[in-house]
Design a protein around this ligand. Sequence first.
Ligand code: 13P
Length: 244
Amino acid sequence: MLIVGNWKMYGLAGGVGEARALASALDTAPTAARIGLCPPALLIARLVAAVAGSKLSIGGQDCHALSEGAYTGDLSAEMLGDAGATLVILGHSERRAGHGETDQIVAGKVNGALRAGLMPIVCVGETLEQRQAGGAEAVVTAQVVGSLPDSVAEADFAIAYEPVWAIGSGLTPTPAEIEAMHAAIRETLASRFSGAGRKIPILYGGSVKPANAAELLHLNEVGGALVGGASLKAKDFEAIIRAA
Ligand code: 13P
């Protein structure tokens, strides 16, 4: 089980205290799940220092495909790693929609993350229009295929299925819809990576809260969660982790 918090563009210095509170809660009541927290990049080094020695891994929310260059405002995977990050979220729908990231661009970033030794968490998900048109599984499995470069075959990585319409909306797909989508993703991974494809964690993301976490995390082929809003407060995120 892998449970990762995505703080998005939320969090100032006060976020360090939340991360510390979460780390000490996990120390006193350990969990078997792997836990990650992906704050805004400027907080990575501070969170790494604040939670050193705990079970919490710290990650980025995006990276450039290249290790360095004349790309004003961008950060490379090597820079995230240098700050102490060990994982990175890539291809989030907010970046696909707001920054024009295509599957090909995401695949380049996955290569960059692997080169720098970071674990990529590759996000996929359909819009409401795509689901209503009956094309959700085709859209999502095509994103899985297109966003994964061949270099990922032997690597430690995860997929996060996040329906765009479930993000920040309080809505979630039905348990049957989640299981059907995760099964379709699993078959796509297994046909590309054979045995290894059966072990890649497939996280669910989109309005995961303390109240629904136990149900969502125990569905077939759900190997964890990518949590937005409810990861900002240590108490809420801890409750989700406890539900695993
Ligand atoms: P919410 O949990 O706030 O719906 O966000 C989900 C998400 O986008 C995580 O990456």
